[in-house]
Design a protein around this ligand. Structure first.
Ligand code: NAP
Length: 259
């Protein structure tokens, strides 16, 4: 399927690895030029080179922390008029809310709520003026089905979700869409790290921990960053202009509700 976005420009945050990289690579396969970002330079440059080699699109790598104003300014300087924005950053750590103070909360809210909102603020009016724009926020299945120890994520991402629900409906008439993509369990460094920690806590091996998690996923497997990226690219496609303010859960059927 030709997504009709060849030659468009995208900023993809948190894209040296994992889900962000999946999104960047999928957009590149559809001919989108990229500005990709992560804090670590080495993995980012390697990913940029891999995507250039495979797709032939222009890829600019900006090593910076997207949760800081300076980081965001660097990204916007490299791509002042993006047609596509994929918001992503690392998720907050798990823990017990009794141990979190104001600083802990502000860090999570900064990374997983205010950073995407700031980038939307900086890019939305340009998209509206050009009559095309696609924003995809990588959030989490935890927005729909909270995970107790990820309270920081449940809270901060729900704030972003509420904000997007309103603003998406204001932008829709200009062929500018804002949607959230909610990953269930995808095999990335983050999931691997969480699984190792939880396996240790429960006195299980990594494989035993994997079997416990897989028992709750009807698809019987973890998701791949590649299939997550393809879903993101679809939402960014010219044909996806009627998806407005949606929360698309991609979780192998783990969420048990009808809606
Ligand atoms: P990952 O494999 O750890 O990759 C995260 C990527 O984001 C890396 O490229 C990382 O590079 C970059 N990054 C992290 N913090 C950043 C920052 N402050 N500024 C710029 N780049 C940053 O994680 P993932 O599994 O792809 O997860 C992506 C998002 O989806 C996270 O918010 C996660 O909580 C959420 N999520 C994931 C799953 C899952 O199953 N994988 C499920 C639900 C939600 P550097 O570290 O070098 O910056």
């Amino acid at each position: 399927m030709d997504l009709g976005i060849r030659g468009k420009n995208a900023i993809v945050c948190g894209a040296s690895k994992g889900l962000g990289k999946g999104c960047a690579a999928a957009l590149a396969r559809d001919g989108v030029n990229l500005v990709i970002n992560s804090r670590g330079r080495e993995a980012l440059e390697a990913t940029a080179e891999e995507i250039r080699r495979e797709s032939g699109v222009k890829v600019t790598a900006i090593a910076c922390d997207v949760t800081t104003p300076q980081g965001r300014a660097q990204l916007l300087a490299a791509c002042p008029n993006p047609d596509i924005l994929v918001n992503n950053a690392g998720g907050p750590p798990p823990g017990d809310f009794r141990e979190w103070n104001r600083e802990t909360w502000l860090k999570a809210i900064d990374a997983n709520m205010l950073t995407p909102i700031e980038l939307i603020k900086a890019t939305l009016d340009g998209m509206i003026a050009r009559k095309f724009g696609r924003v995809v926020n990588i959030t989490s299945g935890a927005v729909k089905a909270p995970i107790a120890e990820l309270g920081l994520s449940n809270g901060a991402r729900s704030g972003l979700t509420g904000f997007v629900a309103g603003i998406a409906r204001q932008a829709a008439q200009h062929n500018v869409t804002i949607n959230n993509l909610l990953p269930g369990r995808f095999m990335t460094d983050r999931l691997r790290g969480n699984m190792e920690t939880n396996a240790k806590k429960a006195g299980r091996t990594f494989d035993e921990q994997a079997r416990v998690l897989l028992a709750a996923i009807p698809a019987g497997r973890f998701g791949t960053p590649e299939e997550f990226g393809e879903a993101c690219a679809f939402l960014c496609g010219a044909q996806a202009g009627y998806f407005i303010g949606q929360n698309l859960l991609q979780d192998g059927g783990q969420y048990p509700g009808t809606f």
